[in-house]
Design a protein around this ligand. Structure first.
Ligand SMILES: C[S@@+](CC[C@H](N)C(=O)[O-])C[C@H]1O[C@@H](n2cnc3c(N)ncnc32)[C@H](O)[C@@H]1O
Length: 556
């Protein structure tokens, strides 16, 4: 690979005797990997069922090295969200952030969602993940990847960091800033980055300025005692230690938490000594030296592409207070769910939270379970969702209000669907209606109506005319055993691939089963599952299973 002369010169200056080993890596293939989706399966369970998929990536739970010829993107399991294809070093930042179930987590520069799906796995369905990117085109892939992973507690935003900081304040226990950067660490992966670097001599400076602006806003979003992980996939000291030095100089309430890694992983320390005197932003002494506690991943030392990560902790507050609080509320939810179950069919979704309505109309599931309520709701004007998805369609469903349907009626349609199809399903959150679309939003968020959510919650489906249509996102976030009617296929069967290609199926009626795997009664929606994982919806008429998989989710 031909490297930009200026890049090669700078790397020789920095690395000196190590430079040859570093430059030699450009003659060997890049590393690649996949990460098993903890929301669906553990690595042990994956390997037990499907065999070992590759060498383990030591720094990441569920991470496996792959070879070019493996083509993991061409396997049904990829479509089912059982794993995400991700460069091995790119798995490090989310791992270092120390996310616990119940945390409030923000992924500020998130598209296309590699680290968001990893963070969602760490949350294990508890707490909230706000995943954001300011490039609206890129948020489509972000939303789809988050949905494919089955993250039911995520909201997807298309916002500028300033506006998030205004709306949320210091709300988050964990913030990830996987910053836009000059991408020097990805030259082996993407030669276009090499050309881009060459075309713009000021690339490094331009990105450094961007990163510093983003970090300033990110600081406002971290709760006292919370943590911020800053990462790039580049080598330049200006974009790495330099951006963190300025951050520390401007934010005395943050400090570096040293990254501890076993020597065999090969990580290098941060290099404050590579900063110019101006590059230190006036940082001195111990604070400057603490930058050595940040981490550099080098392709000649580790089995991964170039990366940088800095873990920054904000002082004050009780460490992990968010997780503790959320754990408590999780226990409370479980207790209240049991109470509601005991009350039989009175269990209900929360009252509607109108996107335009006053804040005091918002209510939690737990409150609604005590007082099922929808019938009293007044009709509201529908409002087009941002990037709305009819049944999770990639570009359709412009969020037109269903003619004549009130929000309360739409909620009732969802309830009727859930009673028929998902009798034991007990999600938590608050129900949001936007146009035809119904979403379940994690509890406890501040008002976000003035922002641009691409998904203000888990997209459950759309209620138009007289029927509720469940979304692909709903299917992907369910378990096979949630469904009162399912068709269970194995990835070895031709039928599985036919379904994923969009074909309708003619299964023997005995294969349409209930949650326990016994023959199911009734007709209507059925959850199609492959290797016990939901793949999408079909409509069963007693002889034919009509394929309801949307084109954007099909096998290609
Ligand atoms: C390195 S990529 C993120 C990769 C992503 N974290 C992942 O793991 O898939 C950086 C992202 O930052 C976004 N971005 C650039 N400037 C931004 C800003 N001011 N606010 C939020 N996102 C920004 C870009 O659109 C890009 O998607």
């Amino acid at each position: 690979m031909r490297l930009p002369a200026q890049f090669e010169h700078s790397m020789r200056e920095l690395l000196r005797e190590e430079a040859e080993a570093f430059l030699a890596t450009y003659a060997s293939p890049r590393t690649s990997g996949l990460r098993i989706n903890a929301l669906k399966l553990s690595r042990a369970a994956y390997e037990e069922r499907f065999g070992a998929a590759g060498d383990r990536i030591p720094w990441t739970a569920g991470g496996l090295y792959t070879a070019e010829e493996d083509r993991p993107g061409k396997h049904l399991h990829y479509y089912l969200g059982l794993y995400y294809i991700q460069e091995p070093s790119a798995m490090l930042p989310a791992e270092l952030l120390g996310v616990l179930p119940g945390h409030r987590v923000l992924d500020l520069c998130a598209a296309p969602g590699g680290k968001s799906t990893q963070l969602a796995g760490k949350l294990a369905g508890r707490g909230v993940l706000v995943t954001n990117d300011n490039a609206s085109e890129r948020t489509k892939a972000l939303a789809k990847n988050v949905e494919r992973a089955g993250a039911a507690n995520a909201i997807v935003m298309n916002e500028e960091p300033e506006r998030l900081a205004e709306a949320f304040g210091a709300f988050f226990d964990r913030v990830l800033v996987d910053a836009p950067c000059s991408g020097e660490g990805m030259f082996r992966k993407d030669e276009e980055m090499v050309r881009e670097w060459e075309r713009h001599p000021d690339t490094v400076q331009r990105y450094a300025a961007m990163q510093r602006g983003i970090l300033r806003e990110a600081a406002k979003l971290v709760a006292p005692g919370g943590k911020l992980l800053y990462s790039t996939c580049t080598f330049s000291p200006e974009e790495n230690e330099g951006s963190v030095a300025l951050f520390l100089a401007e934010h005395p309430d943050f400090s570096v938490e040293k990254v501890e890694a076993p020597p065999e992983w090969g990580f290098g320390p941060g290099r404050p000594d590579w900063l110019t005197p101006e590059g230190t932003a006036g940082l001195e002494g111990e604070r400057l030296a603490s930058l050595a506690g940040t981490v550099r991943v080098w392709p000649h030392r580790s089995r991964g592409e170039g990366h940088y990560a800095a873990l920054l902790v904000r002082e004050g507050g009780a460490a992990d207070a968010g997780a503790a609080v959320a754990d408590k509320s999780g226990a409370q939810d479980a207790a209240e769910t049991r109470e509601a179950e005991a009350a039989g069919r009175d269990w209900s979704f929360p009252p509607l939270a109108s996107v335009d309505g006053p804040a005091d109309r918002r209510a939690s599931v737990s409150a609604s379970m005590r007082t099922p309520a929808a019938a009293k709701e007044k009709p509201r004007p529908g409002r087009a969702p941002q990037g709305g998805h009819g049944r999770g369609r990639d570009s359709g469903g412009k969020g037109r209000p269903a003619a004549g349907q009130t929000d309360a009626q739409k909620r009732e349609m969802l309830m009727a669907f859930a009673r028929d199809m998902l009798p034991d399903w007990r999600p938590s959150g608050r129900l949001i209606v936007r146009g035809d679309m119904l979403y379940l939003q994690p509890d406890g968020l501040p008002p976000i109506e003035r922002l641009h959510p691409v998904r203000p919650g888990w997209l459950l489906g759309s209620a138009s005319k007289h029927r509720f249509e469940p979304s692909q996102a709903l299917a992907m976030g369910l378990r096979m055993t949630d469904a009162a009617r399912s068709l269970r296929l194995s990835s070895d069967e031709d039928e599985a691939l036919k379904y994923m290609k969009g074909e309708s199926l003619h299964p023997d009626p005995s294969r349409i089963t209930d949650a326990e795997g016994n023959p199911a009664s009734g007709r209507g929606w059925a959850l199609v599952c492959i290797d016990d994982c939901p793949a999408g919806w079909g409509r069963w008429d007693g002889a034919l299973l009509k394929n309801e998989l949307l084109p954007g989710w099909r096998w290609v």
